[in-house]
Design a binder for this molecule. Structure first.
Ligand SMILES: C[S@@+](CC[C@H](N)C(=O)[O-])C[C@H]1O[C@@H](n2cnc3c(N)ncnc32)[C@H](O)[C@@H]1O
Length: 243
């Protein structure tokens, strides 16, 4: 059963908070989680090649490990943390070296113990995304790279990411209740918290290539590439180095 946040939390009653039930769909290229794979590929483009033999990368809320194949070959020992046990099993099958079941609000890792920390498409699923960013910065070593991507707290993001994405019947459509717009993440506050914790984030927008989206929808393509946009008002990515 999918579990949902109760009304008392103020979160949409159908908001998905448990990915165990979706765990067998992580790797379906036309399934409801497919766009996460497209974003994972784009995220990986911001990860430097490891600078030493013991380099460690932590993927926060790694889910079924869609980032794993893209991290492979960069030279890191790849760690994942997530609450969904079933998803973590998938991650181990797809390039993750070690996984831990834990709440990303309190990462079970030492200070400054990772060379790269990524947090893809998870900040908009937790009640305190800024606490997660602070934790990400805490476990990142000075000189290490932080990459986060999430959804902006704007009306246009609500329209695109919920009204359209969850309702237009196309392959790759996320299940209804995937997002609650009240959890979408304020860009100024995100960069402010990262700065307080030593990371100056550069923000950029991302969107799927529209021509490829059309071919994907028509069944003529299995994956859609993401392109950068100047506007960060829907899907956006932040990248920075810790001082
Ligand atoms: C939209 S998926 C993104 C997964 C992965 N980062 C990706 O981009 O493919 C959100 C993930 O966040 C995880 N998650 C949500 N809240 C969490 C929490 N408090 N602690 C750990 N994981 C959490 C879910 O289990 C799910 O795997």
């Amino acid at each position: 059963m999918l579990t949902h946040k109760g009304d008392k939390s103020g979160i949409r009653s159908d908001f998905i908070s448990d990915y165990d039930d979706l765990a067998d769909q992580w790797w379906d290229p036309r399934g409801p989680l497919a766009p996460l794979g497209w974003i994972a590929r784009a995220r990986a483009g911001f990860i430097p090649v490891a600078g030493h033999e013991q380099a460690r990368l932590l993927d926060i809320a790694c889910g079924g490990g869609l980032f794993g194949p893209h991290a492979a070959g960069k030279g890191y020992r790849v760690f994942g943390v997530d609450l969904s046990e079933m998803s973590l099993r998938e991650a181990l099958r797809h390039g993750f070296d070690e996984v831990v079941r834990a709440d990303i609000a309190r990462l079970p890792f030492d200070d400054e113990s990772f060379d790269v920390v990524t947090a893809g498409q998870c900040l908009e699923h937790v009640p305190d995304p800024f606490g997660v960013v602070a934790e990400a910065c805490r476990v990142l070593r000075p000189g290490g790279t932080l990459v986060v991507d999430t959804i902006a707290d704007t009306k246009v993001a609500r329209l695109v990411s919920i009204t359209l994405a969850e309702n237009v019947p196309l392959p790759g459509r996320p299940p209804r209740g995937t997002h609650d717009h009240r959890l979408f993440v304020n860009r100024e506050r995100l960069t402010g918290v990262a700065r307080e914790h030593g990371v100056e984030l550069e923000l950029l927008g991302l969107r799927p290539r529209l021509r490829e989206m059309a071919r994907y929808a028509a069944g003529r393509l299995e994956e859609v590439r993401m392109v950068r946009t100047k506007s960060t008002s829907v899907l956006y990515l932040g990248v920075g180095i810790k001082k």
